[in-house]
Design a protein around this ligand. Structure first.
Ligand SMILES: Nc1ncnc2c1ncn2[C@@H]1O[C@H](COP(=O)(O)OP(=O)(O)OP(=O)(O)O)[C@@H](O)[C@H]1O
Length: 220
């Protein structure tokens, strides 16, 4: 098992509305090379769940094991490095660095992790996502679809154990979204990546091997 969630609980406390119990003892496991979609109504806790798996927030109770290591008990320094090495994240809003070119955005994770052969690895990735002729453009000079290609390349370049995608086509028009989804699933399949994708889009969810629904704090 690459990922194991055991009895994850998460509440948010608001002075006015009191506590909202978003996740109630959520458990699931994911094997290497599996793709799962997480669906559910707005406010059902999909992004919360993804943030916990990404180690960007911590649960109130429960364990999250990635390759057998419990993210919930790691100290911040180690967690940051572990996350950077093991988890690639693709967001709806791309989250690119606006002052860096496409090429520099893709190479950034490798620079941070002080990896070798960065130029060659970025060249290969630029070709995979079809952006060789846009590599020196800034995000503001790229289309939405091109920005998401950069984000996909940046997420995959570290060869992550786990890929997390939060509405990866949600900010794109239907035609571009379909193209980007095609590219993403193609790369995931070719590279045997393990992926969790949060989406409202049933066509997209249907391309994952399994669809899980979050409802009233529980995952079916
Ligand atoms: N930091 C926070 N503080 C307080 N409440 C929060 C916080 N983050 C999320 N919530 C609440 O938790 C619930 C779940 O939010 P979440 O963003 O995970 O839902 P979602 O299923 O991703 O929704 P959507 O599909 O609309 O993006 C919502 O009721 C939200 O208001």
């Amino acid at each position: 098992m690459i990922l194991e969630l055991e009895n994850i609980c998460k509440s948010f406390h608001q002075p006015r509305s009191g506590a909202i119990e978003v996740l109630k003892k959520v458990s699931f496991t994911l094997g290497t090379g599996e793709t799962n979609a997480v669906t559910g109504e707005s406010g059902s806790g999909k992004t919360t769940l993804l943030s916990l798996i990404a180690g960007l927030d911590s649960p109130d109770h429960g364990r999250i094991l990635l390759e057998g290591e419990d993210l919930c008990v790691m100290k911040e320094d180690r967690l940051s490095r572990y996350r950077a090495m093991k988890i690639g994240i693709i967001f709806q809003q791309f989250h690119l660095m606006p002052h860096l070119s496409a090429r520099e955005n893709i190479s950034l994770p490798l620079e941070i992790l002080k990896q070798q052969q960065i130029t060659e690895r970025v060249d290969v990735m630029l070709e995979k996502v079809g952006l060789q002729d846009r590599q020196h453009h800034l995000p503001g000079q790229l289309s939405g679809g091109e920005c998401q290609r950069v984000a996909i390349a940046r997420a995959l370049i570290i060869k992550p154990a786990l890929l997390l995608a939060d509405e990866p086509t949600g900010n794109l028009d239907i035609k571009t979204g379909d193209k980007i989804a095609g590219l993403l699933f193609d790369l995931v399949e070719k590279e045997n990546k393990t992926m969790i994708m949060v989406t409202h889009n049933s066509d997209l969810a249907g391309q994952c091997q399994k669809i899980r629904k979050l409802e009233q704090g529980r995952l079916a």
